[in-house]
Structure formats: structure tokens, C-alpha cells
Design a protein around this ligand. Structure first.
Ligand code: AHM
Ligand code: MG
Length: 324
């Protein structure tokens, strides 16, 4: 059997700064710990609802809180992290450190899938912290292009960690001893695809460009696209995006008329920005329908955004239809 490079070995040759690498290693360690807790499920009595809602008015699962605490404790113990923001926390938290980095995260994405043993994940983003002062909320509101690293862990049949630091996208698989081993040295998203991921039950609420795009896919070979499309929807963004990184595809969580004042379901800082950086670095595209997601200037911590990402040519077509 060939020996696989572990995370530390890979980081040693990555051109990013040692400080960024150290923060990535801390997050990776927390994800390995989360993987164990998630895998233990009912054995540790961790499934089910926590009996409270988060800042977005969503019911929290016990594991949302447990995983949030694991990441929060790990980051608080890292002197290179000045502040953190989580989908599960109402406000930012400072650690007492100054300078270094800010970390935003969704500790357990897809948590509606936990109780039915379907893949869930952790998504994170690392941003530069202001120098010389403790960070405030405004310091977190940086466009996605300012991210110095982003990644996610997917807790599926295998636990995997997907990372981008200074360039490219790589993926590690967690072994039985808790080591992250490099299994995918260079991840690239195919430019074309015949597979889309969207929650079809919202079809009646979509705006015209998305309706028109999906209609074209559904008409198959006889329709305007001239080919048959397949549909996949895990309802865990990490799992849907992971599939796209492994074999191409397009993922859409568009604006819809159910809550006309909300620009989408997914959050810019915890979900859309890190996933968009990963997708672009793997050769794919990402848009809110009008602009590249990575160019959006955030105005609020828990800001939501419509998301269309994946295979470049397919995402370009949706953007073109939206511009018509
Ligand atoms: P969460 O962060 O509270 O789990 O919500 C985000 C999830 C995404 O992972 C997924 O793409 C989407 O919500 C699923 O939404 P739906 O319930 O419409 O299928
Ligand atoms: Mg989420």
C-alpha cells in the first residue's frame, strides 16, 4: 500500500503563511472531533432537537450546539484567532487575541439530516483580522475574495476535509486513527454537466430565470438543451457541493417568493462565500444570479444570498438567463 501524505505534510509545502496553516490545522482538528460526535449519534444521546431556536429563528438540534461549542473552544484556544462568528451565534465573539485571523463557520450544515443519518458537514472561512485592535462586527463584513482560506468537512460514508488556501483545492480523508490523509491532490470541476441540484418543491415560488432554466433541463433531449438531465438533492449543502466537486453539476438555492424580503436561504459568510471560493478555485463558477458571490460586499453578519454554483458553463447560462 502506498503511504499517503497527511495534512501536516501537505501544509508544509503549501505557499500560504505559517499562521494561516496553523489556524487551518486547528479547524481540521475540531472537525475530526466533530466527526466522532456525529458518528456516535444516538449512542451518546446527541440526536434530536435542543428545544430552542437560533438567531435565524431555526430550530436548533442538540448537535448544532455541541458542534458549535467544539469549534468555538478550539478557536478560543488558538492565539492566532482574534474573533469568530457562527451561524448558531447571534453576535460575533472575540477571543482576547489581537491581529491574526477571524473565522466564520456553519458548525453543522444540513442539520435537518442528522436524525435520519444522511451526510452533514462543517463549513468554514478564514479572514484577515484588523491589526492592533479587537475585532468588531464590521471587521467580519469582507467580500469573499478577501478569504485567506476556506474549507468544509463532510461527515458521510467517509469523513473528508476539502481545503483551499493559496491556490487549488485538495481533499483529505479521515483514517481510523484520526489522521487526515491526502486522497484527492487536485480537485477540478468539469465545465459541463447534465446534473442539477435544487429543491424542486419550491418550483412554484421561483423567479422566471430559474424557472426557465430548470424547465429547459426537464425537457431533456427534445428541449432547448438537447440533452437529458438528472436531478440530485441531498439537502445538505456540503454534500451537494461535494458531489459537484467530485463529478460536476450545478447547485441552486435561489431567491423565492415564500419570503419575498429574504434574498435566499443560505448565508453569505458561513456558507456561500467559503463554498464559492472552493468552487472557483476548482475551476467552477458561483453567482447570486447577477454578480459573482465573491464580489459581494456584506452588509450584515447573518446576511442571506441566492446561490448558483458549480460547473462553469451551466452557471454562466443561468447568469445569462437572469440578465435577459
Ligand atoms: P442549515 O445550515 O440550517 O442546515 O440550512 C442550510 C441547508 C443547506 O445545507 C441546504 O442546501 C438547504 O438548507 C436545504 O434546504 P431545504 O430545506 O429547502 O431542502
Ligand atoms: Mg448551513
Amino acid at each position: 500500500m502506498t503511504t499517503l501524505t497527511d495534512l501536516a505534510g501537505w501544509l508544509a509545502n503549501e505557499p500560504a503563511s505559517d499562521d494561516v496553516k496553523a489556524v487551518v490545522a486547528v479547524v481540521a482538528g475540531a472537525c475530526a472531533e466533530i466527526s466522532k460526535v456525529v458518528a456516535s449519534g444516538a449512542i451518546l444521546g446527541n440526536l434530536g432537537a435542543a428545544g430552542q431556536v437560533n438567531v435565524q429563528d431555526e430550530e436548533q438540534k442538540k448537535l448544532d450546539i455541541i458542534t458549535n461549542d467544539i469549534l468555538r473552544d478550539a478557536l478560543n484556544g488558538c492565539p492566532l484567532v482574534a474573533g469568530l462568528a457562527s451561524e448558531e451565534l447571534e453576535v460575533i465573539e472575540t477571543t482576547g487575541a489581537v491581529g491574526g485571523f477571524l473565522v466564520t463557520f456553519d458548525p453543522l450544515d444540513g442539520s435537518s439530516n442528522i436524525d435520519v443519518n444522511v451526510s452533514v458537514g462543517t463549513i468554514f472561512s478564514i479572514l484577515p483580522a484588523p491589526a492592533g485592535v479587537a475585532p468588531s462586527e464590521a471587521d467580519f463584513l469582507l467580500p469573499g475574495r478577501r478569504q485567506v482560506a476556506a474549507g468544509y468537512a463532510v461527515y458521510g460514508p467517509q469523513t473528508m476535509l476539502v481545503l483551499t488556501l493559496s491556490q487549488g483545492v485538495v481533499a483529505f480523508t479521515l483514517d481510523a486513527d484520526g489522521a487526515w490523509l491526502l486522497t484527492h491532490g487536485q480537485v477540478a470541476i468539469s465545465a459541463d454537466t447534465a446534473e442539477f441540484a435544487i429543491n424542486m418543491s419550491n418550483q412554484r415560488h421561483w423567479a422566471e430565470p430559474v424557472r426557465g432554466y430548470i424547465d429547459g433541463c426537464l425537457q431533456g433531449k427534445a428541449g432547448p438543451r438537447g440533452k437529458n438531465f438528472n436531478m440530485r438533492w441531498v439537502a445538505s449543502m456540503v454534500a451537494d457541493v461535494h458531489r459537484i466537486l467530485m463529478r460536476g453539476g450545478i447547485f441552486l438555492y435561489p431567491w423565492d417568493a415564500r419570503e419575498p424580503d429574504k434574498p435566499g436561504k443560505l448565508r453569505l459568510l458561513y456558507e456561500a462565500n467559503p463554498m464559492s471560493l472552493i468552487v472557483e478555485r476548482a475551476g467552477g463558477r458561483s453567482t447570486d444570479g447577477v454578480n459573482p458571490i465573491l464580489d459581494i460586499q456584506p452588509t450584515k453578519l447573518h446576511q442571506r444570498v441566492p446561490v448558483v454554483l458549480g460547473s462553469a458553463n451551466e452557471v454562466a447560462l443561468v447568469a445569462e438567463m437572469a440578465a435577459r
